[in-house]
Design a binder for this molecule. Sequence first.
Ligand code: ARG
Length: 409
Amino acid sequence: APAAAETVYITADRMLDVRSGGMVARPAVLVEDGRVAKVGTVTDLPAPQGATRIDLPGLTLLPGLIDMHVHLTSRHDLHGYRRLTRNATDLAIDGVVNARTTLEAGFTTVRNLGAGSFADVAVKRAVEEGRVPGPRLIVSGPPLSALGGHGDANLMPYDLQREAEGVATGPWALAEKVRYNRKFGADVIKIMATGGVLSKGTEVGAQQLTEEEMAAIVKEAHMLGMKVAAHAHGNAGIKAAIRAGVDTVEHASFLDAEAIALAKKNGTVLAMDIYNTEFILGEGEKAGILPESLAKERTVGQTQRTSFGEAVKAGVKLTFGSDAGVYPHGWNAKQFSRMVKFGMTPLQAIQAATVVAADALGMAEEVGSIAPGRYADMVAVAADPLADIATLETIPVVIKGGEVVKDVR
Ligand code: ARG
């Protein structure tokens, strides 16, 4: 960890201003105590005496990336019944390993949406204490779910039955779960508004929490200063979640004009994991994904990508959420090129993972841009990311809090 009151001076060839899309030549960034103090150029902002220098010739700087939907405690090679081989300690150990991989891929802030046993809280604590490397973490703990819903434990037969930690029925019982999750360290509330692809016995099209239940969750969470992220594939569940006041809709696969209009009107942010389908259909069977889940994915993947394009065109707020953990951690950035393929400009895709994400987290003053007051979280890439978005898949230099955490130039 950097010594207290350390001054760091960072230079590069170019810097992308993610708000304007402008490129700054020969940028210089002055960092004090892990936060950006000043931003300029090597001519108007010379290196102060005694500053630690990080010179990145030939590279382009941009803010550290943000992934709004990961599962650090999940593994891509342990799907379906293989998940039952993991205990809570395994989850935390996997989380530590995956946190490092994610940071080294250039994601300096991630939101973990769903983890058993509050293993994500443990990983966050270890990272914040500086014991293990990892991104800044915003964690949910166990997802709130209907009985038998996408967030329940549905793999066991009746005589070996188990109920997942976040399961409850009715507005008050679910509001209590909000308080419970917060008590044990959750920063954000994840809810399962509809069925899902990877859960057993659920329908992606079926709404699983009533609008009344979701409204009670949102009211309680907002009262406590927490945001609500709703997993929702089906159209009715997406609309009910938006009307109930959730902050982000995850997956958002089956959109229609009404859902798009509602999201725009309410300022709801969508996080659509449009790379995911390629891994699930390509590698999923080998990884243990159930046949019924593969069948569901075939009904979701293409529709979600079409919905994504329509949401982009309509000007809905779209952030970057990958669902990494379903597929290998560290592959998060593969989604950028798909976001461009299905309708965004490269700048929009980068904004989704920086300024838009920071706003959606309520952390615009902390992360998402290289600007005074923000954490000095940045990445440096070899190519111009506006001309070659895939350059974000191989990030050679990662800086978190003014400290170089990866340098493989
Ligand atoms: N965790 C999600 C679910 O089980 C993954 C959905 C993946 N498919 C997709 N096309 N985005 O529902």
